[in-house]
Design a protein around this ligand. Structure first.
Ligand code: ATP
Length: 359
């Protein structure tokens, strides 16, 4: 039987609640589609840090290489600086495994009311491609002259020809695979005259190889208004690490809730495993209350199965999610209902089984 080895890294806060729910759903869908998912669970994260002084063992990234995919929850703890938690776990894995393409689909799921007018909300069908290995989050910079009036802190944005070309090529291929064949490239080269102009130059050279695509360019500030005012004019979006980080939070807000969004950190070369995670953070304000919305982790599971070459299983997860939201009877609090994580998980699993049952 086809068997996929999955590293489950729930991490912090509600991570274990939503990844636990996602593993349950994945086992059901795998059984129905004739394959197996073999999970190994890793207790890395902020509690691990409190005990061991590190977010994961020194050979953590190497240990991930044995898996077909990584199913990741969330990272972040109110008592530990984000620079420690994020760089010690999530970014260490993304960068260590060169998962250079971060992909975030956004749609307003059926039955959900986003904050936009209904006719605008219905137009949202985007995929944001975020450069995930360099740019503003390359980790290059430093601090000097601590405590003196001349103290300085710097983060240097790093754009390499290889880095920009490969992410732009990835975004072009993705745009080409979608019906509208439309790509918007986000930039800020009017104000940032070096790295961002270099970004534009390299993107321009790559898109010349894709004459079938409808390509347009937007300054990042103008892109925010376009996402809200003309959502239907957008399909695939390419942006730098920082810009896409911000735009994708806006995307999840207009799609109804942070609790439903999913993202993939891909190594498109498939030299190593890719990592799949819901977009929300640790959400400590609701941790342990049993009310975390697991839909983001379910959508994440669908993206993982798609990547693993199980598109039918991925589609049945999406159908089960959409049937649940369309019906609207079992909704978690962040979507205006009162159902807890367990109840929503059961509703989606029931919807999955109904969809799979012979007519
Ligand atoms: P990060 O810095 O890691 O992105 P954050 O604190 O900005 O984290 P979240 O932890 O995602 O963001 O939480 C933001 C808000 O959204 C919180 O009020 C949280 O309760 C809510 N939230 C996030 N995820 C979920 C979820 N799955 N279900 C319900 N509410 C959620």
């Amino acid at each position: 039987m086809r068997t996929y080895k999955i590293a489950a890294v729930p991490g912090d806060g509600i991570g274990s609640e939503v990844i636990g729910a996602g593993c349950e759903l994945l086992e059901k869908v795998a059984g129905a589609h004739g394959f197996k998912v073999d999970f190994e669970h890793f207790d890395w994260g902020s509690d691990y840090y409190r005990k061991n002084g590190v977010m994961m063992p020194a050979d953590g990234v190497e240990r991930m290489r044995d898996f077909d995919a990584i199913y990741f929850g969330a990272v972040g703890d109110p008592k530990i600086p984000d620079a420690v938690t994020l760089w010690g776990l999530r970014l260490a894995i993304c960068q260590g495994l060169d998962q250079y393409a971060n992909v975030r689909p956004t749609r307003l799921l059926p039955g959900l009311k986003g904050p936009l007018r209904p006719e605008l909300g219905a137009e949202i069908d985007w995929v944001i491609v975020r450069e995930n290995s360099e740019g503003e989050y390359a980790g290059v910079g430093g601090r000097a002259h601590a405590g003196l009036p001349i103290e300085v802190g710097m983060d240097v944005s790093v754009f390499t020809r290889a880095g920009v070309e490969r992410i732009c090529r990835f975004a072009c291929e993705l745009a080409r695979s979608r019906p509208r064949k439309k790509l918007t490239i986000v930039t800020k080269s009017n104000a940032q005259r070096h790295g961002m102009v270099f970004w534009d130059d390299n993107c321009r050279r790559v898109v010349a190889d894709y004459p079938d695509l409808d390509v347009d360019w937007m300054l990042v500030d103008a892109m925010t208004t376009r996402m809200v005012l003309k959502p239907g004019s957008i399909d695939t979006v390419l942006a730098t690490n920082l810009h896409a980080d911000i735009l994708s939070d806006l995307a999840s807000a207009v799609a109804g809730s942070l609790g439903i969004g999913a993202t993939a950190n891909l190594d498109p070369t498939r030299a190593g495993p890719s990592m799949f995670e819901p977009i929300h953070g640790s959400a400590f304000d609701i941790t342990g209350k049993g009310i975390a919305n697991p839909i983001g982790s379910f959508w994440t599971a669908a993206m993982m199965l798609e990547h693993l070459g199980e598109p039918a299983a991925a589609a049945s997860i999406m159908a089960a999610i959409e049937n649940t939201t369309r019906e609207g009877k079992v909704m978690p609090p962040d979507l205006g209902g009162s159902a807890g994580t367990r109840t929503v998980t059961k509703a989606v699993i029931d919807a999955l089984q109904t969809a799979l049952a012979p007519a």
